[in-house]
Design a binder for this molecule. Structure first.
Ligand code: FRU
Length: 914
């Protein structure tokens, strides 16, 4: 990967390189011109620009400033150039003295300075380009001597006297002239390099001063002015100038046309200045003084020079054209270079991307190979683990099956016990009630007690199963625990007395506790019976209760045989029996008592402990919370409910038909016998038979066992409740299976009540009576409509309450046709959306349909209860159009309102006849 990146960078950088070095940094050349008023200076700038065009590989910025013959302006120009960060300054100083400090300052800042044509009075500059003005002055001197042939008067017209060319030219000229005593410089005037200014001076001067033979002007412009003035004043002096520009009206042309007699070539040197600047800036060797060639131009060479100039001019034009083309080409090339660079970059990037993809692809392949390997290994391990897990599951299943078989055996036996005990206890109760013989009564009571004990033993096994399956949930009621405990102690005191064991109590007079009475009864009975069981005659059992920090401590202490210390850790284990308890005469039971007790205590939120010493007795201590947040009842109203308290006076209702379904013929006879006095009884010996009879006879209520051959009671109940013609019949399930699981199952499939054997006759009768009554009430108040019947049958009580409330509100407002969801929400003090949601969830229909069904239900109720005209029923139910009402009614009940009323009445009569 690194190699690819390196290669890419290398290629990109190689692609960016040109054959020549292109400085990244921009070069700024500043040129301060003293003036741009004349052609000579124009040509100087033109030469500079032309020269710069040869450096098109460089990024050069060329700034030219024109001082307009003004020193102060030139100082400003130079400072401005410096502020623009020039890399080099080329300057042609207007006047040496005034410009020297500024130029020095620039030089001292480290900016290279090239002086061109005009100098400063300081060596603080980098290089000089220009012709030798002193030499030019001398050459002019020699030329004048030749023209004057050793004798004559001269008028000198100088340039700006503060500028170095004027100073040098003048002194060179004078240096030669002074050697010829017959030649004198009669007058010297300052033309300041300017033609106009000179013209003005000479024009007026020549009126008074006209005795001169030769005019030496420091440049050709001033020479031309002198020539014009001389002609004007009819004077014919020789005229010498300087510059020798080979242009249309330049010095060469002036010599050719006789305006002046001669001129000295003074090249501008613009090209040389640029060359020098580039040498300095690019670090190349350079010369600090570049002397430009100069020579005399007169009528002997002017033509040749003119012609050469023309040739040079045409060549120069060609060069310019070529240069222009080259510049064009190079800008095209630059563009191409950029394009090439971009294209190459894209290609390289593509190459890079492809390389990366290839690299990643290889990586992926390598990884997927490794993954495949790992997967294989995992699969193998998974297979091993799976087979181990299957083995474990099989073992678990076997264990579970064995446990289940064992429990089922216990359950079945218990069921049989309960049925048998019921058959013993119920006639026994009758016998005890009917006999006057106290001896026999006592014996019967003993039988009754033992039957009860047998019942409790089987009950223990059933409870054990329930606890085991986490299905047993305590129901807390608040009550005086001491009263409850005393009742139980009294029962056992009798038993203890039989063994000459004293039962003592140490209890507070009253103690409020939230507790599950049934559960606590089992716990206390187990502990008390154990205490009595393992205590020798003349022994003592003490029951004490303390209340500490919202906890109840119940201790049951005996001075019996005690528990060996090695057994203590295991006594709460199921089916564990201490060694010495096996020896005991009283060693009955299967060893589940303490295990159940512990689990019941835990379910009750408490703990149980034991301290025991073999041979001296045991203390079992129970600690339970005094209060439980799940307690529902008001303590003042509480009383522990026993079936005997429910005894009611029940009036016979022979018009009601009760179907009893029971496989045990004795029990069937017993139940039928108990019900026959009050109701018409029909019987069936299993679920299937029960179902068939139900369909045929439509009984008012069904009492059925659960565990039966052919079809069990639950199945039968489900089918009855699923059939619309029988679903309204209340079903009471009567069975030995005291299990919340079965109870829940029974209720889930629609059973209306659930009673365990041995059942209490009065309780059964009360249930029957209440169910018949409530059924009637429900039908009367809410449910002519099968839709609502279903709802009430299948929904939870909270939903039923909600729907009842809704129906009540709708019934109260049924007359108002406009009463809708918003009004209902208002009356129910609910938001529209939550009412909407709740109705949808509870009834699975749209609220608008719910209201319509409620109105129709109300109308059906009116039809059943009131003798009203259909039209009146319609408007009372909120239907303004009776035809529409009839149509809707038909859709809901399957018949028109009139027919419905008729059928109801005939059915009511039939029921009454039954
Ligand atoms: C142009 C010029 C030339 C002369 C030079 C001296 O402005 O006057 O004619 O030779 O300057 O600096």
């Amino acid at each position: 990967m690194k190699r690819i990146i390196f290669f890419t960078i290398f290629l990109l950088s190689a692609c960016g390189h040109d054959k020549e070095y292109i400085p990244v940094k921009k070069i700024t050349i500043g040129f301060s011109q003293c003036t741009m008023v004349d052609k000579w200076r124009e040509i100087m700038v033109m030469e500079m620009k032309r020269e710069l065009s040869f450096y098109n590989n460089y990024n050069i910025d060329f700034i030219v400033k024109d001082a307009g013959d003004d020193n102060n302006k030139q100082i400003e120009d130079i400072n401005d150039l410096v502020s623009r960060h020039i890399d080099i300054l080329i300057v042609s100083a207007n006047e040496a003295k005034q410009l020297t400090p500024t130029v020095e300052e620039v030089f001292n800042k480290g900016i290279p300075v090239i002086l061109i044509d005009r100098k400063i009075n300081s060596p603080s500059y980098t290089a000089f380009v220009g012709a030798d003005n002193l030499g030019i002055g001398r050459e002019a001197g020699y030329f004048a001597i030749e023209l004057l042939k050793g004798k004559g008067k001269i008028l000198e017209i100088t340039g700006l006297t503060g500028s170095t060319p004027a100073i040098e030219r003048s002194s060179g000229f004078k240096e030669i002239i002074k050697n010829y005593p017959a030649i004198s410089i009669e007058k010297s005037i300052e033309g300041r390099w300017l033609e106009d200014r000179t013209l003005k001076i000479t024009d007026s001067l020549f009126y008074t001063f006209n005795d001169f033979d030769l005019v030496f002007a420091h440049n050709d412009f001033m020479a031309r002015a002198a020539a014009y003035s001389s002609r004007k004043h009819k004077l014919k002096p020789y005229i010498i100038g300087i510059d020798g520009l080979n242009t249309e009206d330049g010095g060469v042309s002036m010599v050719l046309n006789g305006t002046i007699d001669g001129t000295i070539l003074y090249p501008s040197g613009g090209d040389k200045a640029i060359q020098l600047a580039m040498e300095i800036l690019t670090g190349k060797p350079y010369e600090t003084t570049i002397n430009l060639n100069t020579f005399r131009i007169d009528n002997t060479n002017a033509r040749t020079i003119w012609l050469q100039g023309a040739e040079i001019g045409s060549q120069q034009g060609k060069i310019d054209k070529l240069n222009y083309k080259i510049n064009n080409m190079s800008s095209i090339l630059k563009k191409r270079d950029t394009l090439l660079f971009l294209t190459t970059s894209v290609i390289i990037l593509l190459f890079f991307v492809v390389g990366t993809i290839y690299f990643l692809f290889r990586q992926k392949n390598r990884l997927s190979k490794a993954l495949t390997l790992k997967n294989k290994m995992i699969n193998q391990q998974y297979k091993i683990i799976s087979s181990q897990r299957d083995d474990s599951i099989n073992l678990l299943m076997l264990a579970e099956e064995a446990k289940e078989n064992k429990l089922r055996l216990f359950t079945d036996i218990s069921h049989e016990f309960r049925t048998a005990v019921t058959l013993i206890m119920t006639p026994l109760d009758d016998l005890i009630k009917s006999t006057e013989n106290s001896g026999l009564k006592n014996k019967l009571e003993i039988i009754r007690k033992n039957a009860g004990r047998l019942n409790k033993l089987s009950d223990s096994i059933l409870r054990f199963r329930n606890i085991d399956e986490n299905k047993y949930k305590p129901v807390f009621n608040g009550a005086n625990f001491i009263g409850f405990l005393n009742e139980i102690v009294e029962i056992y005191r009798e038993k203890a007395n039989g063994k000459k064991i004293t039962v003592m109590t140490d209890l507070p007079p009253y103690l409020y506790v939230d507790f599950d009475a049934a559960m606590m009864e089992k716990i206390l009975c187990n502990l008390l019976s154990n205490a009595i069981k393992y205590t020798k005659p003349e022994g003592k059992v003490t029951v004490a209760v303390k209340n500490e920090n919202a906890k109840i401590l119940i201790s049951i202490e005996d001075n019996g045989i005690g528990i060996p210390s090695k057994d203590i850790p295991y006594i709460f284990n199921r089916f564990y029996k201490a060694e010495n308890s096996k020896m005991s005469n009283e060693s009955e039971g299967v060893g589940v008592g303490l295990a159940i007790t512990k689990e019941l205590v835990q379910l009750h939120g408490g703990i149980i402990n034991v301290t025991s010493f073999e041979g001296s007795g045991s203390v079992f201590t129970l600690t339970i919370p005094q209060f439980n947040k799940n307690t529902t009842e008001d303590p003042e109203d509480i009383s522990i409910k026993y079936p005997s308290t429910l005894r009611q006076e029940i009036l016979p209702e022979k018009d009601k038909v009760i179907l009893v379904v029971e496989d045990n013929p004795d029990l069937l006879k017993l139940i039928s016998g108990q019900l026959e006095y009050y109701y018409s009884v029909i019987t069936a010996s299993n679920g299937l038979e029960g179902l068939e009879i139900t369909r045929k006879k439509i009984p008012s209520l069904i009492v059925s066992d659960i565990m039966m051959p052919v079809m069990d009671g639950l199945q039968m109940c489900r089918q009855i409740k699923n059939d619309s013609s029988t679903c309204h019949i209340p079903v009471i399930l009567l069975t030995a299976l005291d299990s919340q699981d079965f109870t829940i199952k029974g209720f889930e499939i629609g059973a209306d009540a659930y009673l365990t054997k041995p059942y209490n006759e009065n309780l059964l009768l009360t249930h029957i009576r209440n169910l018949l009554l409530s059924r009637k009430k429900i039908i009367d108040s809410y449910c002519p409509s099968s839709f609502f019947q279903d709802i009430f049958k299948t929904r939870e009580t909270s939903d039923q309450d909600f729907i009842k409330k809704c129906l009540d509100v709708i019934y109260d407002n049924a007359e108002s046709e406009d009463f809708g969801l918003d009004n209902l929400a208002d009356k129910m003090t609910m938001s529209r959306s939550s009412l909407y949601r709740k109705i949808r969830i509870a009834c699975n229909i749209r609220p608008v349909d719910f209201i319509k069904k409620a109105r129709l239900n109300y109308s059906a109720k009116l039809l059943m209860s009131k003798n009203l005209h259909i039209n009146e029923i319609a408007w009372r139910s909120g239907f303004s159009d009776p035809k529409y009402f009839s149509k809707c009614f038909y859709q809901e009940f399957g018949c028109y309102p009139k027919k419905y009323a008729q059928e109801f009445k005939s059915t009511s009569n039939q029921i009454a006849e039954n």
